[in-house]
Ligand binder design. Structure first.
Ligand SMILES: Cc1cc2nc3c(=O)[nH]c(=O)nc-3n(C[C@H](O)[C@H](O)[C@H](O)COP(=O)(O)OP(=O)(O)OC[C@H]3O[C@@H](n4cnc5c(N)ncnc54)[C@H](O)[C@@H]3O)c2cc1C
Ligand SMILES: *[C@@H]1O[C@H](CO)[C@@H](O)[C@H](O)[C@H]1NC(C)=O
Ligand SMILES: *[C@@H]1O[C@H](CO)[C@@H](O)[C@H](O)[C@H]1NC(C)=O
Ligand SMILES: *[C@@H]1O[C@H](CO)[C@@H](O)[C@H](O)[C@H]1NC(C)=O
Ligand SMILES: *[C@@H]1O[C@H](CO)[C@@H](O)[C@H](O)[C@H]1NC(C)=O
Ligand SMILES: *[C@@H]1O[C@H](CO)[C@@H](O)[C@H](O)[C@H]1NC(C)=O
Ligand SMILES: *[C@@H]1O[C@H](CO)[C@@H](O)[C@H](O)[C@H]1NC(C)=O
Ligand SMILES: *[C@@H]1O[C@H](CO)[C@@H](O)[C@H](O)[C@H]1NC(C)=O
Ligand SMILES: *[C@@H]1O[C@H](CO)[C@@H](O)[C@H](O)[C@H]1NC(C)=O
Length: 622
């Protein structure tokens, strides 16, 4: 039997390229998703019309249109777009503009509010432009009580569509494609490498797509059970609240403000439930989206299987704008959690690293019991004293069971003769597990590595990984954050297999992140040369980890923007297939982001050759 009824509507304008010839409205569609662009809309403004044909291969455009170039639409054209959109087009100034007396937005009290809201609140999330990692935009307008320099738009988009309906999304997609404008999708702006910002761009903002519905019984292939239909703009704290209200478990980030169904889910998505229910992308049963040709469609195991494959782990960016998802809803779940810490241990001896080897090797037992942890090894700035803390979570285990599972670990650590702090496990509901209030803007650079189980199972290889970590921390001076996890296909369940999730995830026993907080060229007095040097220094140290885990990969959502051989590292053996889907779905190269499938064809011409989004997007020189 077919898994669900599809309401097939004849398309008003046949979407042209690679489509089935009609637009379908999925059964699980919100009201705003059933109202799409009409013939009247297109008659009133041809610029919002669907693509009539794939691009003419004889005509190659070197760059995307840019403000100030003749190609850039006139104010009148933007005003017509705004009219088509019913007035939701924004032309926002950076929030920091309130601090610059040269700007019309100047307002000292507003400036003070911006400064405090960026410290640690949910404040910046309602800003249409702000990015969590300011260097990615070139930080063109830093708020300060007495700012030096001028405030400009830099690598922040010029226009933003504040979408509350599929029609808005379609109009934004069609207009950007028809006018050769750089197109950006932004949800929360939490991305670490600038995938949700871009100079001279039209940005589609999904933040206000907040719908949420429980589907008591959803049937998909061999599976049937409760599910949730959720808008792409929901954030972790909203999803956890909904879990508590509806007495269900959903896979969602723990950190309060990360988007649960945007880039997080599309890139894989890990949480404390990863060894219990798999990746966030493993939860997906159907995805509603607007594809690059402007049509609204649904992807599931039966419809548009190429998109269903790609959007579960292959990154949202290249394939369309997700408007809502159907994800599995599991029964309510408790976690037993404990904190273990080793403080201020001198690196002069090997004791700290002996303890780390004991702790990390135990990670196999943690994930085999379907648990996870969050470890932090923090060197002091002088790198002579080290701190270690970890939170270990066991979903579905009682505190007693968790305690006996951890007893051998505690005994081994104590046998080393070191002082450890080890809490007796406490129980809490997953629904209540929300960390933080909001993300502070922070100029960190990231790099990461998925550590395969095979390296843990081999004494020599395991010693190699531990020695690489030690070099990164002691010699490099970088803090290291590890998460033991095992999102195997077994825990993922249906329809986890045949997804684009990085195959390295399935083999992994740990995801290891290395941070660099050295100031970037957007900070006063730091040159592009120094910025490049800091990046290659970080990458040079991460090479120790890469070399100790040859053939593994890196998690695309928490990665080095300059990851070597990134196609292999982020997407593994799926890359060629993903690139074919990308070329087929988006022959216009409308969707682009650094490190995304197909992104090698275009380059941002940024000042100083830095990997920021502060420059015009042009074809990569061959
Ligand atoms: C404080 C903090 C904690 C984090 N914790 C975790 C964690 O626990 N687990 C984990 O796996 N990751 C975590 N991350 C990393 C997180 O997965 C990435 O930052 C991710 O990019 C966030 O996705 P977003 O949609 O919220 O952000 P955005 O920056 O808005 O978007 C990220 C990317 O997804 C694209 N995108 C977003 N929405 C859509 C959509 N609807 N359709 C198409 N494309 C879309 C954007 O274009 C962009 O490329 C954390 C990040 C931060 C800053
Ligand atoms: C779009 O129209 C609305 C309502 O008319 C207006 O408030 C807004 O400023 C316009 N946006 C732009 C970019 O002009
Ligand atoms: C975006 O739209 C939402 C929903 O209509 C509205 O509440 C919000 O104020 C808008 N944001 C901006 C910056 O205009
Ligand atoms: C929550 O769900 C569980 C199992 O799914 C059930 O046993 C329990 O009674 C429910 N609690 C409430 C308050 O509905
Ligand atoms: C080391 O750990 C102690 C207690 O666990 C904490 O108070 C201190 O801030 C930590 N230091 C660093 C540099 O992380
Ligand atoms: C390193 O820093 C720590 C914390 O600031 C301090 O206690 C210690 O004495 C320092 N060690 C050296 C060798 O400077
Ligand atoms: C452990 O802590 C005690 C008291 O806090 C201290 O005397 C002892 O030297 C510590 N041991 C080690 C190995 O650090
Ligand atoms: C989960 O823990 C809460 C207390 O935090 C308790 O009331 C509830 O019964 C537990 N539920 C399960 C399924 O263990
Ligand atoms: C990593 O391996 C490459 C290739 O074998 C080698 O050139 C490089 O020096 C190694 N780097 C580190 C840090 O071990």
């Amino acid at each position: 039997m077919h898994h669900r009824t599809l309401l097939s509507l004849l398309a008003l304008v046949a979407p042209s390229h690679g489509q089935t010839g009609y637009t379908t409205v999925p059964l699980f569609a919100y009201e705003h998703e059933t109202s799409q662009i009409t013939l009247d809309d297109i008659e009133a403004n041809r610029a919002v019309g669907y693509a009539d044909a794939p691009p003419d291969p004889a005509v190659t455009v070197e760059c995307k249109a840019f403000p100030g170039t003749p190609e850039w639409p006139s104010d009148a054209e933007w005003a017509r777009l705004n009219a088509s959109l019913g007035g939701v087009l924004l032309k926002p100034a950076p929030a920091g503009a309130a601090c610059y007396s040269s700007r019309p937005e100047y307002d000292a009290s507003r400036c003070a509010a911006v400064l405090s809201s960026q410290a640690l609140t949910r404040g910046f999330l309602d800003d249409p432009l702000a990015v969590g990692t300011p260097w990615t935009s070139g930080d063109p307008c830093p708020p300060a009580l007495k700012p030096a320099g001028e405030c400009s738009q830099g690598g922040l988009p010029v226009y933003v569509v504040n979408a509350t309906s599929v029609k808005h999304v379609q109009m934004a997609v069609n207009f950007a494609r028809n006018k050769n404008i750089r197109f950006v999708v932004r949800n929360t702006g939490h991305d670490f490498v600038g995938r949700s910002t871009g100079a001279g761009a039209l940005s589609l903002w999904t933040h206000h797509l907040k719908d949420f519905d429980v589907i008591p019984k959803y049937v998909s292939g061999p599976a049937s059970g409760p599910a949730v239909h959720a808008g792409a703009g929901l954030q972790a704290w909203e999803v956890h609240e909904a879990m508590a209200k509806h007495n269900i478990t959903l896979v969602a980030p723990t950190f309060a403000t990360v988007g649960a169904f945007g880039g997080y889910l599309a890139g894989g998505g890990h949480s404390s439930l990863i060894s219990y229910h798999g990746l966030a992308s493993d939860q997906v049963l159907a995805i509603n989206l607007v594809t690059p040709d402007g049509s609204f469609t649904s992807a599931d195991p039966v419809m548009n299987p190429d998109l269903f494959f790609a959007l579960r782990g292959g990154g949202a960016n290249p394939f369309g704008v997700i408007t809502s998802v159907v994800v599995k809803a599991h029964p309510p779940l408790n976690l037993s959690s404990t904190v273990l810490a080793i403080s201020n241990l001198d690196t002069g001896t090997d004791l700290f690293w002996k303890a780390m080897a004991v702790y990390f090797r135990f990670g196999r037992s943690t994930v085999d019991a379907r648990g996870t942890d969050r470890t932090y090894i923090t060197p002091y700035s002088n790198s002579t004293v080290l701190n270690f803390t970890t939170t270990i979570d066991f979903p579905g285990l009682s505190p007693q069971a968790a305690s006996s599972l951890l007893a051998p670990l505690e005994a081994s650590l104590r046998a080393l003769g070191i002082n450890i702090t080890f809490q007796y496990p406490t129980v809490s509901r997953w629904a209540d597990n929300v960390i933080g209030e909001g993300a502070a803007l922070r100029d960190q650079r990231f790099a990461s590595r998925l550590i395969p189980r095979a390296t843990y199972d081999d004494d020599a290889k395991f010693a190699g990984v531990m020695s690489a970590i030690r070099t990164v921390v002691e010699e490099g001076g970088y803090p290291v954050h590890g998460t033991h996890m095992a999102p195997t296909l077994r825990v993922a369940g249906y329809p986890g297999a045949d997804s684009a999730a990085n195959p390295a995830f399935r083999e992994a026993v740990m995801h290891l992140v290395v941070y660099d907080s050295a100031p970037s060229s957007t900070s006063p007095g730091v040159t592009a040369t120094a910025d490049h040097a800091a990046r290659s220094r970080l990458s040079g140290y991460v090479d120790y980890l890469r070399n100790a885990t040859v053939g593994s990969g890196s998690y695309v959502n928490e990665a080095d923007v300059l990851e070597p051989d990134w196609q292999r590292s982020f997407y593994g053996a799926n890359y060629e297939t993903l690139l074919q889907h990308k070329t087929f779905r988006d022959p216009w190269d409308l969707f682009w982001a650094p490190g995304a499938v197909g992104s090698e064809a275009w380059t941002v011409r940024a000042a100083g050759g830095l990997p920021t989004q502060n420059g015009r997007l042009c074809r990569t020189a061959v």
